[in-house]
Ligand binder design. Sequence first.
Ligand code: ZN
Length: 331
Amino acid sequence: MTSDGAPLLGIDIGGTKLAVAVSTAEGEVLAAQREPSRAEDGPDAMIGRAVGMARRVVAEAGLGVTDIDAIGIGCGGPLDPWRGVILNALNNPGWTNVPLVERIQAELDRPTFLDNDANAAALGEHRFGAGRGVRNMVYLTISTGVGGGLILDDRLYHGENGNAGELGHISVRVAGGRPCHCGSIGCIETYCSGTNIAARAREALERGEGATSALAERPADELRAEHVVAAARDGDALACAIWDETTELLGGGIVSIIHAFNPQLVILGGGVTRAGEMLFEPVRRVVADRAMPWLSEAVTIVPAELGEHTGVLGAVAVAQERMSMIERTHG
Ligand SMILES: [Zn+2]
């Protein structure tokens, strides 16, 4: 069992990269590999490559597959964490009703568990990163999309069918809000994801705003969130307007999250948070201004700590969480 320190395997299946690692029970990475996911190849090819990578990292760590205590997988949802089935991964074409846990278990023959990538990252930060020792915390990843995970009373909160924590789809602007692929409007994701920060800049330029902006000098299809951040840092008026709206709406979303869950910690991770204090300072200010004082005084908003190993250590933490649930059930 995980408590004796046996190594674990983490598999992170993303829209852009496939990552696999062996770690100790304490989250020390013993061996890791990553490669582009080539999602267009479809699930069979991706699962085959993940299994191959798993065998290689286990060997690289000087172990055999039978030395591995359990395998955790993090993948984009929606999915059924209890049956281990990917229902319809939005970022990976062809992943409809894929029994991922069964497939991996058939190849590697170790106890295998699945959760969505944001829940996995939340568990990883809780066990190994910024959330160690924290009883109530919220994790938000602000990346190509915006995902979330809730650790409540020291446990990952799954909700009724395993899909709780879709915090990126909290509406922060209803009247005139941007339509979201989830079916709602004005979601945090439609303003604050890297994809949508860039899209909002492109749309503003198309409307003829910011003709003198540094953003107008770049071909529209090459414009990315990091360019908006860099231009805002230089005081570019259009970039500042877009960035201010981004942090204002993200802060507003976090106020709602704090009101709902009264966390001690909000951890922000994902590529967009590389903006650093340019993101954290205004978000903290919105929370201080707008959240109920007894809730805002209880919370700290900090950057994620796991960095490049977030996905695989999150997956490892999924395996540990589920093994400990089994231990609690079967005593
Ligand atoms: Zn949405």
